[in-house]
Design a protein. Sequence first.
Length: 146
Amino acid sequence: MKILVINGPNLNMLGIREPGIYGSETYASLVSLISDYCDSRGIEVEFFQSNHEGAIVDKIQEAYGVFDGIVINPAAYTHTSVAILDALKAVSIPAVEVHISAVNEREDFRQISYAGKACVKTYIGLGFNGYIEAVKFLEDYLTKKQ
Ligand code: DQA
């Protein structure tokens, strides 16, 4: 099983960025947390972070035929990007949406998720653990699918 973990804009600033909302752990520690879990389960994992919408679209397209599942936190593009939604629909790879913060309790403009419309599951407000839950969900989902 091969999983691609995509993180959108400003998530490279974890640890520095609004620690009251996103915590004090860094992007590097998020990567090692997910890597450790995937290693323990024999799952191949690749990470991609970009601040650019088109680069995320390109990466999703390149995932076609390569990855079995996608975990995606599109960050601010969640609430704006029809292009990321369309890319997820185009490749039709089972995708799980993650948000570190409880977006449902935040500003009105965070209440819409375009990418989420192409995802089989969403985890919000669980901190970094949301990514682990997303991988676990995909493990189960992909195993049942085969
Ligand atoms: C976020 C929530 C988004 O609204 C925000 O723009 C982010 C991070 C989260 O993980 O909680 O950058 O996706």
